[in-house]
Design a protein around this ligand. Structure first.
Ligand code: ADP
Ligand code: ZN
Length: 589
């Protein structure tokens, strides 16, 4: 049996373990139960794949989705690992069972429903098991957001194999959920390995919506490679997808629960296989998406919470290459969310939901480092500036708008809190419109008290007041006071807003994929595309971009030097080495 480090080199072709991978693997190798909470892209799969290769017996992996299992099996097989999934969608079940009994399988993937059946339990009764991995382990907890009762019943299977190390894995688990996973799966408290939440390769950016389709088109032009745009509704996904297809000239598709299942599946499949598709989707497009080379995730409106934001943006850049997370928001997003809380949420949950929304408002409004806010939200103590978010890269100039905020609140108050922002602006500007005259608002003390410079800031100020719940919009846009209005009106709370002009970004240096001009890299990509098509797998299963980039830089001439490149394991060297060497050679000659 190889040592974990040997397996890392030979099978995966990687030079070093990442983050806490080695700690997790050491524990499993020592045969002790473990819960690993590591962010997306940290390389959780390796932490069960390697012990499965390095301990006697088969590694059993419980995984919630067939699509995820198939992705995993495909990637494992490409690296030369003997892996199979046992699901209703697999026609080779008899062969898999035969291979399992013959001791040929390094890894067997199974869904919790099947794992809990008597038939399956008998099947693995006499099979030596290297470990039992429970992927997406937060599904075991009612505190988690994806509770699955079948996960809870896994305990008896685990206890039937008490001596086999169990490894629970998840990217998202707050303190409650973690404690619950430990208790439910019988893992000791000191078995928790908690990696940090930071995703340093993701560049966060947040901006007000201002011509959304062209903002998204700009992002898609600046950021080559696959991207996801999350839109708030089904209709919106289709509308934006159509607009982007025309504006960007990249393959663009939509994904939402209302599509015919066959279309939906075909679109998801096409995205996974693609190197440049933009997918406009509702958040239904999520958990099954294990694509490592997603270069941007954009939000067309606010997500549900910071947790949701972190999870959704986390789908970008799992391969560790630079990626972008861009959120576009509007005051009406907050207005709608607040209305929902007040009208649809039961009393007992209202306080919590308000707090969640306020945390989100703070994230979008704050002039400081986005990453620092995110990480602090998850209980970490990050550096005050990350250098890789919009506010760090081009600090917004803000201006004190406390006076204007007070004027706007007074105007809302004096007009009996029934009017929207357009009318209030007319009143503050001193415009004698029909509506102003007919309601007698030209006689109010607030009529005409804002000057031209202030009028330019009314929109950002209204946005800030709505985000903080000082102003609330009713169904018709009428603005009334929220709980935060009083202290601002009294001048006790300052209000600062970003200066609109200063927010204009200098053309972003083409972030990821800037190597697109290197002809050798392009030739290697073409070779990868061809091989991928031939074998019926997505290109990233062959090699990641980072591996191709290293090839383009080092121009290896021999199998040996090619094999030293990160990501080139023994099996891939054998399978694809000659093809890529030929590309490098043709290029030199
Ligand atoms: P997670 O499940 O934690 O989101 P994955 O297991 O899918 O992450 O791994 C993300 C990517 O990182 C994979 O493509 C994997 O091949 C790569 N990877 C994992 N470990 C390493 C490592 N030690 N060195 C380089 N790349 C790695
Ligand atoms: Zn920052």
């Amino acid at each position: 049996m190889p040592s974990p480090r040997e397996a890392l080199h030979t099978t995966f072709g990687y030079h070093d373990f990442r983050g806490r991978q080695a700690d997790v693997i050491d524990r499993v190798m020592a045969g002790v139960h473990t819960l690993a909470v590591m962010p997306t892209g940290a390389g959780k799969s390796l932490t069960y794949q390697i012990p499965a290769l390095c301990r006697p017996g088969t590694g059993l992996v419980v995984s919630p989705l067939i699509a995820l299992m198939h992705d995993q099996v495909r990637s494992a097989e490409a690296a030369g690992i003997c892996a199979a999934a046992l699901t209703s969608a697999d026609s080779d079940r008899d062969a898999t069972i035969r291979r399992l009994h013959a001791g040929e399988l390094d890894l067997l993937y199974v869904a919790p429903e099947r794992a809990n059946t008597d038939g399956f339990r008998r099947l693995i009764d006499r099979i030596p098991l290297a470990l039992i991995a429970i992927d997406e382990a937060h599904c075991v907890s009612e505190w988690g957001h994806d509770f699955r009762p079948d996960y809870r019943q896994l305990r008896s299977l685990l206890d039937a194999h008490a001596a086999v190390p169990r490894l629970a894995l998840t990217a998202t688990a707050d303190r409650h959920t973690r404690a619950d996973i430990l208790a439910q799966l019988g893992i000791p408290e000191d078995g928790l390995i908690l990696a940090g939440f930071d995703r340093p390769n993701i560049r966060y950016g947040i901006a007000p919506r201002d011509g959304l389709p062209s903002q998204l088109a700009q992002l898609a032009r600046d950021t080559p490679g696959p991207g996801i745009v999350y839109a708030p509704s089904r209709a919106e996904t289709e509308k934006l997808a159509a607009a982007l297809a025309v504006a960007v000239g990249r393959p663009t598709r939509a994904y939402h629960a209302g599509l015919d299942p066959a279309v939906r599946q075909a679109n998801a499949r096409a995205f996974v296989d693609s190197e440049d598709m933009v997918m406009v989707a509702t958040v239904a497009f999520g958990m099954g998406i294990d694509k490592p080379d997603v270069r941007f995730v954009a939000h067309a409106g606010i997500p549900k919470s910071i947790e949701a934001y972190y999870q959704e943006t986390g789908r970008a850049g799992r391969d560790g290459d630079p990626a972008v997370a861009q959120l576009f928001w509007g005051a009406e997003d907050f207005a709608r969310a607040r209305r929902r809380i007040e009208t649809e949420v039961e009393d007992s949950r209202r306080g919590g939901e308000r707090a969640r929304l306020n945390a989100l408002a703070n994230l979008v409004e704050a002039p400081g480092c986005r990453r620092a806010i995110l990480l602090r939200h998850f209980g970490e103590e990050p550096a005050p500036a990350c250098g890789n978010c919009d506010n760090c890269l081009s600090p917004p100039s803000t201006t004190d708008a406390t006076e204007l905020a007070r004027k706007l609140l007074s105007a809302a108050f004096r007009t009996e809190m029934r009017f929207g922002i357009t009318h209030l602006t007319d009143v503050l500007a001193g415009r004698e419109t029909d509506k102003v005259l007919s309601s007698g608002h030209h006689r109010l003390s607030v009529f005409g008290i804002a000057d031209a410079a202030e009028l330019k800031l009314i929109k950002p100020v209204a946005r800030a007041l709505m985000a903080r719940d000082a102003l609330r919009a009713d169904d018709f846009g009428g603005l009334s006071f929220g709980p935060a209005a009083k202290s601002i009106l009294k001048g006790e709370e300052p209000v600062a807003v970003p200066l609109p002009a200063a927010r204009e970004r200098k053309r972003r240096d083409r972030a990821p994929g800037g190597e697109a001009d290197d002809p050798l890299f392009e030739a290697l990509r073409a070779c990868r595309r061809e091989l991928a098509k031939e074998r019926g797998v997505p290109p990233y299963v062959i090699f990641h971009d980072a591996t191709l980039r290293e090839m383009a830089a080092l121009r290896p001439q021999t199998q040996r030097t090619l094999g030293e490149i990160s990501g080139v394991g023994a099996r891939k060297l054998e399978d694809y080495g000659a093809a890529f060497l030929a590309v490098v050679r043709d290029f030199a000659g």
